[in-house]
Design a binder for this molecule. Structure first.
Ligand code: URP
Ligand code: ZN
Ligand code: ZN
Length: 663
């Protein structure tokens, strides 16, 4: 027996008498632990051969690195071509009779939503949930999945992926086929990807390019966020078209990637204002790109060229500062804000404290920040260290994952994504002599559900309802597709995961479904396996086997003016509307300006007789025996510019804090 298998079964034995109360039918017919693969934590040499199709093992590593370095995009295209051949086309599946699976009963499980658990059967027809309850009447010929001892939960929604994204001179190796197939394997039935135009490029063209890539390949549903990577009137106008005609309700702005995607504060403010006008959600990549550029230069000059330089160049405060700035700017124009990939304690604290002040802001930690940490940047193996490079970086403070999980469990953070953006060893090697050239990105789309289950539920930080909230329901609410997604209820899409909370597996690049040759969770033993996954009413994972169908997924439009986000904002705006001070008009002297806006003829003396009964002192000062208060109501400083009204109101969310809002 392999070490991994031994470890997994011993763990199962140890847990035998610790059966959680919320798992039905345990003790009598406990399912056997299913263990997948085995590995040690760290570098996985075999995985390179298996997962990097354009790296035939007979070629020398040096020649291969050279090839990838010269033509990285071509290399990525070859990967895409080779993957294309594995795709099972939709019509062949239909010919095989799987379309007859239009009636399905999931029987005997415990249904978990974000707000309740119930022992119930779920009946599905034509991709929609038709009945939830016990003793259901179902037509003959219905396929039955026995779910006793299992949890029946909404399929996961990964709020943040970058499938086949062209980035840093290369292209993410997991495309819309391998990426979404892997998502299904892990229990995720919907992803949200980003269409990111180059600076100066049309947002609409970028959106359509992403759709053209995704539509023929996606095995699960998907939505698209669009990047606002530059600013102009045309961008503002295209944002409107995207919201009105293409079902986009969220835009990502970058505060990092100087000289490519980074926006300055004025552009950020303009884009936030536009989001507000359109009823969209503003998203930010919160890191100070100017500081990163400066630090990177210094580190390279010091000869620090390895992956540790990536982490050193962008410490926590660089993320926290940008997070705070984004919150302030968004709040000033009353725009809801969503902070993507929250990677540090201090950035999470900013989100949490702004929420306490009443800001409409959401925070998204990712599988990586919840499941591993940045000590790996200091690993002696270059590939291992580079495999963890992403931005903002994983933090070397190893207590960060637990801290973020605590905030996620108690509601300070709301959703979970992965920022899945994978690069092979050869692609990462583009930065072998300069950390600033290492393509940024890590895996997660396949393992997010298991990692959160392990670190969140098995650790006792959250119950299964909260697990559902942070893996699907909150995302569905925030992006306005609830309850079609993110809920097991009559009328909702039949995107369901039948979760075996007792089975364990050991995560490894050797056994995962992703195309990438590395896994940041390598060797991690996790409880919780997606034993059956139903997507659109089709069984796409069956006892762990993936039966993905390319192009089976659909684009999911996300409507604007989401009541879960904008409902509160509109009320808030009404409650805090600025109001002018009613006063008698000023009737005193007014200085005259010349054509250049300068005061002409020196200072025109202000007539003060109405205020000063005792006249000025000999030196011309105010006579202190004079009162500054005048019964007429007009005051000594009324002839100064009126102060802009600053309204202080109590935050709707907090009785203790005051919210100073000025607009
Ligand atoms: O390292 C990362 N995060 N890569 C993807 C691009 C982004 O900033 O989300
Ligand atoms: Zn980002
Ligand atoms: Zn990202």
């Amino acid at each position: 027996m392999s070490a991994g298998l031994r470890r997994a079964s011993r763990h199962q034995e140890e847990k035998d008498d610790e059966v959680p109360q919320w798992i039905p039918g345990l003790g009598q017919d406990k399912p056997k632990p299913r263990t997948l693969g085995t590995s040690f934590f760290g570098y996985v040499p075999d995985a390179f051969v298996e997962k990097t199709p354009y790296l035939p093992s007979e070629q020398s590593a040096d020649a291969l690195k050279k090839e990838a370095a010269v033509e990285p995009v071509k290399a990525a295209e070859q990967v895409a071509d080779s993957l294309e051949q594995e795709i099972v086309p939709r019509d062949s599946i239909e010919r095989n009779g799987q379309s007859a699976q239009n009636r399905l009963l999931i029987k005997g499980g415990r249904v978990v939503n974000d707000d309740m658990m119930q022992d119930a059967d779920v009946y599905i027809e034509d991709g929609i949930i038709k009945q939830v309850g016990t003793n259901l009447h179902t037509p003959g010929g219905t396929r039955v999945i026995e779910a006793k001892g299992h949890l029946v939960m909404p399929g996961g929604i990964d709020t943040h992926t970058h499938m086949q994204m062209p980035f840093m001179g290369t292209q993410a190796i997991d495309d819309f086929y391998t990426g979404t197939r892997a998502a299904l394997a892990g229990g995720t039935t919907m992803i949200m990807d980003f269409a990111l135009p180059q600076r100066g490029e049309s947002l609409i063209e970028a959106f359509h390019r992403w759709r053209t890539w995704a539509d023929p390949k996606v095995c699960c549903d998907y939505a698209i966020h669009v990047g606002v990577t530059w600013w102009s009137d045309k961008v503002a106008q295209e944002m409107e078209e995207l919201t009105n005609e293409q079902g986009v309700n969220s835009f990502k702005m970058f505060m990092a990637y100087k000289d490519t995607w980074q926006l300055n504060d004025e552009e950020l403010l303009e884009s936030f204002k536009r989001c507000k006008e359109l009823g969209a959600l503003a998203q930010v990549h919160a890191e100070n790109g100017d500081v990163i550029k400066e630090n990177s230069k210094k580190l390279l000059e010091l000869g620090i060229t390895g992956p540790e330089g990536h982490e050193m160049s962008r410490p926590e405060e660089v993320e926290a500062e940008a997070t705070n700035r984004a919150c302030v700017l968004a709040n000033q124009v009353n725009c809801p804000l969503y902070v993507v990939h929250v990677m540090s304690k201090s950035a999470a604290d900013v989100v949490s404290s702004k929420r306490k002040q009443g800001h409409v802001v959401f925070g998204e930690p990712i599988a990586a920040s919840l499941g591993t940490d940045g000590t790996h940047h200091y690993h002696k193996c270059w590939r291992h260290a580079a495999g963890h490079v992403m931005g903002p970086p994983l933090r070397p403070d190893s207590s960060t994952p637990k801290y973020l999980m605590d905030l996620l469990a108690n509601g300070d953070l709301q959703t979970t994504g992965t920022d899945n953006c994978t690069f092979s060893a050869a692609q990462k090697a583009l930065g072998k002599d300069d950390f600033t050239k290492i393509p940024n990105g890590v895996n997660g789309v396949e393992d997010r559900m298991s990692v959160i289950w392990e670190k969140g539920v098995v650790s006792g930080k959250m119950d299964p309802c909260r697990f559902v909230a942070v893996t699907s329901t909150n995302a569905a609410k925030i992006f306005n597709i609830y309850p079609k997604k993110g809920r097991i209820a009559v009328g909702s899409d039949a995107d369901i995961v039948v979760w075996n909370p007792h089975a364990t597996r050991v995560i490894s690049a050797k056994t995962h479904h992703q195309a990438v040759d590395f896994n940041i969770f390598e060797g991690m033993e996790v409880h919780g396996i997606a034993e059956f996954v139903v997507c659109h009413g089709r069984v796409v994972v069956e006892e762990g086997e993936v039966r993905a169908i390319s192009g089976m997924g659909k684009y999911v439009p996300t409507p604007v003016f989401n009541p879960h986000v904008y409902g509160r904002l509109e009320e808030r705006e009404r409650a805090n509307a600025p109001c002018k001070v009613e006063r008698a008009p000023y009737e005193g002297p007014v200085a005259q300006l010349n054509g250049q806006g300068m005061q002409e003829g020196g200072i025109i003396p202000v007539q003060q007789e109405t205020f000063y009964t005792r006249g000025p002192t000999r030196s011309g000062g105010v006579n202190l025996h004079d009162s500054s208060f005048h019964v007429s109501g007009r005051q000594r400083d009324d002839d100064l510019l009126p102060r802009t009204s600053i309204k202080l109101v109590t935050s709707p969310n907090s009785s203790s804090s005051l919210l100073g809002t000025f607009w």
